[in-house]
Design a protein around this ligand. Structure first.
Ligand SMILES: Nc1ncnc2c1ncn2[C@@H]1O[C@H](COP(=O)(O)OP(=O)(O)OP(=O)(O)O)[C@@H](O)[C@H]1O
Ligand SMILES: C[C@H](N)[C@@H](CCCCCC(=O)O)NC(=O)O
Ligand SMILES: [Mg+2]
Length: 297
């Protein structure tokens, strides 16, 4: 317990910096050999990243027998332990009951803002070099890593360091959750182009779930998916199931959510195949040049 607490304190202390202090200078970081994982992002906030990231963890555990590692670098706008906190939903949705929320989320800020702005409200700035090092460390632990960003692809941790900067530095494939209905095409095509420009070559899109009252618009979602695939030249892997997560502290309700999610997600076969390829592969070539992992924000 002492070790765990020390680790949490150490991690959080390193990632926070007093405002106006420059981020840590260039340091050589060991490349994470055998790294594998994905970065779950989206076209904006509230698009279903936590649902998907936790659902991927539950699915992976059901398929392989072992949970993956799950990491949300920074969360904002919630309190530890609250049932709407991503740290709580990733823990229980992912079937990571043996983890503490602080093992999953490195930094938490109370303002419901981008990590950059939420940190500034608390007079700190986020040390991106430390964030990157922590990503490398987590990728080196031998488990596939599922990372959830905060908000959409271009949301900043720091002035010149966004969700895509971290995904690119960690050389992770990116899975973008897109809103399924009217308004999604421009946002999604733009997000894919931005992610490519930021140095992420392996990108896929998945359409967010349709709530029961939206199901009659299934065809519209399919058309949007086809148009996005054409316009952005990106694989669109299907549509997520709609399965609301429990809002109470009830392990049985969470276990039931995981079972329903896994059963439904297994039928989204393109998504499962894409994930299997990225979470299983041992990609040593990605480690050829570790210098890109160490540039400053
Ligand atoms: N597939 C789905 N099934 C059921 N509920 C969903 C689904 N997708 C989204 N929701 C609901 O929509 C809301 C937003 O989803 P979620 O919290 O996963 O978004 P997010 O992209 O992780 O947001 P943030 O940027 O805050 O991390 C939640 O209340 C969630 O329960
Ligand atoms: C407060 C939100 N829920 C979210 C941060 C969203 C930032 C969105 C910024 C923007 O696009 O304007 N926090 C989080 O994912 O922990
Ligand atoms: Mg989330």
């Amino acid at each position: 317990m002492l070790t765990i607490n020390y680790f949490i304190w150490f991690t959080q202390d390193c990632l926070r910096e007093v405002k106006f202090v420059m981020p840590a200078s260039k340091t050589n970081v060991e490349c994470a050999a055998n790294k594998k994982g994905i970065f779950v992002s989206s076209t904006g906030t509230e698009q279903g990243k936590t649902i998907l990231a936790s659902g991927i963890a539950a699915w992976w555990k059901s398929v392989t027998g072992a949970a993956p590692a799950v990491w949300k670098p920074v969360q904002s706008g919630v309190q530890w332990g609250a049932s709407n906190a991503d740290s709580y939903r990733l823990k229980w949705g992912g079937g990571l009951e043996d983890k503490q929320e602080q093992d999953i989320v490195s930094l938490a800020f109370s303002a419901p803002l981008s990590p950059l702005a939420a940190a500034a409200r608390e007079n700190v700035s986020i040390n991106c070099a430390a964030l990157r090092r922590e990503g490398i460390t987590r990728l080196s632990q031998g488990l596939p890593l599922v990372v959830e960003g905060a908000g959409g692809v271009a949301v900043p941790f720091a002035n010149t360091y966004t969700m895509c900067s971290l995904a690119s530095d960690l050389e992770l494939p990116m899975l973008i959750v897109a809103q399924p209905l009217l308004g999604t095409i421009s946002h999604t095509v733009t997000a894919v182009h931005y992610a490519r420009e930021q140095g992420i070559p392996d990108i896929a899109v998945v359409m967010g779930g349709l709530a029961p009252e939206q199901l009659e618009r299934e065809h519209e979602c399919e058309e949007n998916a086809q148009i996005i695939a054409e316009q952005a030249q990106v694989p669109v892997l299907g549509r997520l199931p709609w399965i609301p997560q429990p809002v109470m502290h009830d392990p049985h309700a969470w276990s039931s959510w995981r079972a329903q999610w896994v059963e439904a997600m297994s039928r989204v076969s393109l998504l499962c195949d894409w994930l299997m390829g990225r979470m299983n592969e041992v990609n040593k070539e990605r480690c050829a040049d570790s210098s890109s992992l160490t540039s400053d924000c």
